[in-house]
Design a binder for this molecule. Structure first.
Ligand code: CP
Length: 311
């Protein structure tokens, strides 16, 4: 376990912007220990035995919700789960009222996914519980970025100096912003690539390279993180058709094999097979997509454990 005297510089995890490099390295070292625990026959530790955590999801999720739940169970926390679609939110209850009712049941920590950017920040200023952002609209998805960077570190030994291309729908992606901030704090070079309509104009101010040609991006990078087209957040058409997008920005095995070096392929999921990535790439030995999912549990255990130490 990480040194008990080492603590995070933040009481909540609202975004990567609130973490410094030391925080991220502490999360990784703690996750290393928890990954060892997860590979033992008995995968459970009593670290959060006295902690109650509410997982409140106002948006759909498979990986993040299950990964947080499993992380909590492995740490022996008590958990309650809330899905907005089957709750009184549909009867007009506000976010604050919903959360205050949950907190009245003596909950210590809230893991929240919400469609509105800044929902976690809003909540953290109004309730006593610690808040973990599990994705807020197109803003941040900090634990996804942490598990992505942890997976790059596991593959290459270090994130510093690596060239990472984030390819696809950057405009609507919370994964892109959190990844950019996290990778840069760890010393990686970051490029974004996609159609002009899906690359926000402000992106250069973050210090990333911008490329509109997929082959140039792939030839530059060590790691390609392929993002999904977020049709659910697109109110207008940003490109003519998924078929055309796939022809210009989809990664297939022929392209992968034509590169001069062997790059690593990542994807935060859910994958749209045949759109941003073909099945033979997703399932190839260059893909670490399932390693990302596996590492997500250890990284989320580390985040919850370290935040609980802040109480
Ligand atoms: N990567 C990710 O956030 O997946 P879910 O939407 O399934 O949680």
């Amino acid at each position: 376990m990480a040194d008990q005297n080492q603590i995070l510089s933040t009481r909540h995890l609202l975004g990567i912007k609130d973490l410094n490099e030391k925080d991220i390295q502490l999360i990784f070292e703690t996750a290393d220990t928890f990954k060892d625990v997860l590979n033992r026959p008995i995968k459970k530790v009593p670290s959060l035995r006295d902690i109650t955590i509410a997982n409140i999801f106002f948006e759909n999720s498979t990986r993040t919700r299950l990964s947080f739940e499993l992380a909590q169970k492995r740490l022996s926390a008590d958990t309650i789960n809330f899905a907005a679609s089957s709750s009184s939110v549909s009867k007009g209850e506000t976010l604050i009222d919903t959360v205050n009712n949950i907190l009245a049941m003596k909950v210590d920590m809230v893991v929240m996914r919400h469609p509105y950017p800044g929902a976690g920040i809003f909540l953290s200023k109004r309730v006593k519980a610690q808040i973990v952002n599990a994705g807020d609209g197109a803003h941040e998805h900090p634990t996804q970025a942490l598990l992505d960077a942890f997976s790059i570190r596991e593959k290459y030994g270090d994130v510093a100096g690596k060239k990472v291309a984030i390819i696809g729908d950057i405009l609507h992606s919370r994964v892109a912003l959190s990844n950019i901030l996290c990778l840069q704090k760890l010393g990686a070079e970051v490029m974004v690539c996609g159609p002009t309509t899906l690359i926000p104009k402000y992106i250069k101010t973050l210090g990333v390279k911008v490329e509109f040609d997929l082959m140039k991006a792939l030839n530059w990078c060590d790691v390609a993180n392929m993002l999904r087209i977020q049709l659910e957040r697109q109110d207008i058409k940003y490109f003519p058709s998924l078929r055309e997008y796939s022809m210009l920005y989809g990664l297939n095995k022929n392209i992968l094999d034509s590169l001069d070096k062997e790059i690593t392929v990542m994807h935060p999921g859910p994958i749209n097979r045949g759109v941003e990535i073909t099945s033979d790439v997703a399932d190839s030995k260059q893909s670490i997509i399932l390693d990302q999912v596996e590492n997500g549990v250890a990284v989320r255990m580390a985040v919850l454990y370290l935040l609980a130490g802040q109480k």
